[in-house]
Design a protein around this ligand. Structure first.
Ligand code: FES
Length: 159
């Protein structure tokens, strides 16, 4: 429980400017889920280990369960937060990683899937031709990612 009073903050989420009034140290995950109704990012461990809560912050994978909301919400220039709900391909449809995910039949129970997809997107944005070691490293924080890792090792031409 935060001891800080709620303050008005401005977020940039999935391309939209969003105003919230929350405790500044509230985890971004709770703001996304409880204040903005974006429930794609999931709560798993709460300590930055499982990756279920992964979102993109300015294109970099970030564990939203341990990211204070005020670290991404500045009045002058809020960082760009992308959740799975905002991930799109160039034509507005599925992102190529999502298409590959389906084509390679990666989904299991689906709970951690949003975090896994966004971790893969962040990797491929930073390194479009990753080696196996790069994939292992980028997906290592997603323990349930054994199958996605094996799928990504097949290096789908869709990526
Ligand atoms: S819930 Fe954030 S890493 Fe597990």
């Amino acid at each position: 429980m935060s001891s800080q009073p709620a303050v008005p903050l401005v977020l940039q989420v999935n391309g939209l400017r969003r105003n919230v009034t929350v405790e500044p140290d509230m985890p971004l995950l709770w703001v996304l889920r409880e204040e903005l109704g974006l429930t794609g990012a999931k709560y798993g461990c709460g300590i930055a280990r499982c990756g279920a809560c992964t979102v993109l912050v300015n294109g970099v994978a970030r564990r939203s369960c341990v990211t204070p909301v005020d670290s991404v919400a500045t009045k002058a220039k809020p960082m760009h937060v992308t959740t799975i709900e905002g991930l799109k391909g160039k034509d507005g449809g599925l992102h190529p990683v999502q298409e590959a995910w389906l084509a390679e039949n990666v989904p299991q129970c689906g709970y951690c899937q949003a975090g896994q997809v966004l971790a893969a997107v962040a990797l491929l944005c930073a390194n479009p031709k990753p080696e196996k070691e790069d994939v292992d490293l980028a997906m290592a924080g997603n323990p349930a990612a054994a199958e996605p890792t094996r799928a990504s090792e097949r290096r789908s031409p869709r990526w």
